[in-house]
Design a protein around this ligand. Structure first.
Ligand SMILES: C[S@@+](CC[C@H](N)C(=O)[O-])C[C@H]1O[C@@H](n2cnc3c(N)ncnc32)[C@H](O)[C@@H]1O
Length: 213
């Protein structure tokens, strides 16, 4: 029997509600999508890890060559597949896989995307290593990650309570400098860092990391 990934049950439980929640900072989200689209280009083959219900994948799919979205939650992937079935997407697929392992497609990608997920995975080092393994030489690991150390301390204090109540997933607390260092240690060069949020101080760091030789 295959053991359930410990990150999956929370997301399976909330997936249907997550699918209907509005995007909190739509303008900031659109900036991230637009910049990512520019970085990818029409010939790009793309893997998006922790893709959730496929919202971003389906936005990007028309402007890239092929896109595979993976997520640890079977419920999230079921919703993403429902969206594909309801649309006309010929170049996108979704499958259940933890971010810390290869999706098993046996192909190398031009880019790996990780949006709002690196603070949630139980093993960040393994996740960056897996991204590196499936990238072509010079491929890009593009991430956007909430850095809880840079948030209001009251929010940080509320997380364990929300978690105890079953209303929040397990999250890691780190700052953007730590995340950059970890990604660099996994064999990447950070070539771009930005904050796309509309607020004064966006705690989500957008990082573009190139696979080093
Ligand atoms: C906050 S949602 C973000 C979804 C999407 N990337 C977005 O930006 O809307 C986090 C997603 O990461 C997934 N996730 C959490 N831990 C994971 C892991 N270890 N491997 C793969 N996906 C994971 C969850 O199932 C969920 O779909």
């Amino acid at each position: 029997m295959i053991a359930t990934n410990p990150d999956a049950p929370f997301w399976d439980r909330v997936a249907r509600k997550y699918a209907t929640d509005p995007i909190r900072d739509l303008a900031g989200y659109e900036r991230t999508v637009a910049r990512t689209r520019q970085l990818l280009g029409a010939a790009a083959t793309v893997l998006e890890i922790g893709c959730g219900t496929g919202t971003t994948a389906l936005k990007l799919a028309p402007s890239v060559s092929r896109l595979l979205g993976t997520d640890v939650s079977a419920e999230m992937i079921a919703i993403a597949r429902e969206k594909v079935a309801a649309g006309t997407f010929g170049n996108v697929a979704f499958s259940v896989a933890p971010a810390s392992s290869d999706p098993g497609t046996g192909v190398l990608y031009d880019a790996v995307l990780a949006f709002n997920v690196l603070h949630l995975v139980s093993d960040r080092a393994a996740t960056s290593a897996a991204a590196r393994r499936v990238l072509k030489p010079g491929g890009l690991f593009i991430s956007k990650t909430p850095c809880l150390s840079e948030m209001n301390p009251l929010i940080r204090m509320a997380v364990p309570i929300a978690r105890w109540l079953g209303k929040a997933p397990s999250v890691s607390v780190f700052d953007s400098a730590t995340l950059e260092t970890e990604i660099a240690h996994a064999g990447f060069t950070i070539i771009e860092r930005a904050r796309h949020g509309s607020g004064r101080r966006d705690p989500r760091i957008f990082l573009v990391a190139e696979k080093s030789e």
